[in-house]
Design a protein around this ligand. Structure first.
Ligand SMILES: [Zn+2]
Length: 321
């Protein structure tokens, strides 16, 4: 379990709780009078099941609520799994035993209104608000690969609220098969697992994503080849987005994405080489919230309610800033 430095959250007068349910961990931040008063990251136990994970979530939420000293006004949850309107899990690729189980049950004892949002969409929201950019693409690289799109100051959520799934843009039609069944989705090529496998092949040794990060930091040639491969694949996806939504900024985050410090600059170079001549290109940089963009987005959802997800102009007077 790791702590983190408290962050300020303007506009959160009452106590709220932000929760990020990710592929490898649960992150919680309690916010009172606009300031983080509690933050904790709880890794999922290796080999755990949905029942045990649900109990761990309930205990973690209770501890965070205890740190607030009273029931939060609202809990914002950034969720990797897809949930229906009642909070039942519809799909969670790396935790299939959660399907059909209630994701709201662990929060039932909190006494608060609980709001769910897609983790990468909320991350995009937080990055747009914190950078002041009305046209931003967020790309999260970790257990999975997710995206959040803000265009013209509004979240792009699509007709059914699930737009921006950048992880399933095909970047290599002959590449590895994705969990969705298609070959060469960005997620199948640059997820933590995929990049670890690429690094292992480049190095000739079994390699974890943490070892890849260390290899990149030491400028090892095999790690550099994997970084190049990641940058080239991401630039291929961004080339499409430049044509479709013309972002001013691209922010790369997620657990692995935030740890690969040279990645944004490498992506920018590859994108410049791939893009149509004369096309204005976005600034590509690291997520300002590091690996915590989804948690920051959950805090916005907790503070301001579903209005932030409703397609309203995020920068108009009265919206979060
Ligand atoms: Zn896919």
């Amino acid at each position: 379990m790791t702590g983190d430095r408290p962050r300020t959250h303007p506009g959160t007068a009452g106590g709220v709780l932000a929760v990020d349910i990710g592929g490898t961990k649960l992150a919680l931040r309690a916010i009172a009078a606009g300031a983080a008063v509690y933050e904790r990251t709880v890794p999922w136990p290796v080999g755990g099941d949905a029942g045990g994970e649900s109990e761990l979530m309930e205990a973690s939420v209770a501890e965070a609520v205890g740190a607030l000293g009273g029931a939060p006004v609202r809990i914002g949850v950034a969720a990797a799994p897809n949930v229906d309107a009642d909070g039942s899990v519809l799909s969670w690729p790396n935790r299939p035993d959660w399907v059909g189980r209630s994701l709201t049950a662990p929060f039932a004892g909190s006494g608060a209104e609980v709001l769910f949002g897609d983790d990468a969409t909320l991350a995009g929201l937080a990055e747009a608000m914190s950078t002041g950019s009305r046209d931003l693409v967020y790309l999260g690289i970790g257990t999975g690969v997710g995206g959040g799109l803000v265009s013209g100051g509004r979240l792009l959520t699509g007709a059914w609220g699930t737009a921006g799934e950048l992880g399933h843009l095909v970047v290599d039609p002959r590449g590895p098969r994705c969990r969705c069944g298609t070959r060469g989705c960005l997620q199948a090529v640059v997820s933590a697992e995929a990049l670890a496998a690429h690094a292992a092949a480049a190095r000739g040794l079994p390699t974890t994503s943490a070892e890849l990060v260390a290899g990149v930091d030491r400028a090892e040639p095999w790690a550099d080849r994997t970084l190049d491969h990641a940058a080239d694949s991401i630039a291929g996806a961004l080339r499409v987005l430049v044509e479709l939504v013309q972002p001013a900024q691209v922010r790369i985050g997620g657990g692995l994405g935030a740890a690969l410090a040279p990645l944004p600059r490498r992506v920018a170079r590859r994108l410049a080489a791939k893009a149509r001549p004369g096309r204005p290109l976005p600034e590509v940089g690291p997520a300002v919230h590091g690996p915590h963009s989804s948690l920051a987005g959950a805090a916005l959802l907790a503070a301001h309610g579903t209005s932030v997800l409703g397609g309203a102009d995020l920068f108009r007077e009265g919206c979060p800033s």
